[in-house]
Design a protein around this ligand. Structure first.
Ligand code: 5GP
Length: 123
């Protein structure tokens, strides 16, 4: 799995393009999605160069893993969405339509999010 240093989130991490930051820790950064799908739509990313959850879960240090998971929970609390509820999604690879090849967890909230996934007729 090859990490592309020119992906858009790598550029955000290097400060080459701006983001609407909501949280930062030693190993994680969170910022608002540029095309929000819900009233609250924030992306949490590790600062390390990891393509997706498969890459991160194999190569990240215990410290990075812990920091990232704690960041997701902290951001949700900071956003004030815990009581009403929120959804976390990480798209990984082609079938999941992962667009940006740097691991990111979406935090979606601010309205009723409906069922988790569309059921297709041929399933
Ligand atoms: P994916 O489909 O890979 O899970 O989600 C990628 C997300 O990144 C999309 O929701 C898209 O709107 C968001 N995104 C793409 N480019 C940018 C950008 O330059 N800035 C921000 N903040 N979000 C972006």
């Amino acid at each position: 799995m090859t990490y592309d240093n020119e992906n858009i989130f790598a550029k955000i991490l290097r400060g080459e393009i701006p983001c609407d930051k909501v949280y930062e820790s030693d190993h994680a950064l969170a910022f608002r999605d540029i095309q929000p799908l819900t009233p609250v739509h924030v992306l949490v990313i590790p600062k390390g160069a990891y393509v997706n959850m498969d890459d991160f879960s194999q190569k990240a240090s215990e410290e990075e893993l812990a920091d990232f998971v704690r960041a997701v929970g902290q951001v949700a609390r900071d956003l004030g969405v815990v009581e009403a509820g929120y959804r976390t999604i990480a798209n990984n690879g082609a079938d999941a339509h992962q667009e940006v090849q740097h691991l990111h967890v979406h935090i979606l909230a601010g309205r009723d999010l409906g069922g988790m996934i569309q059921r297709f007729k041929d399933q």
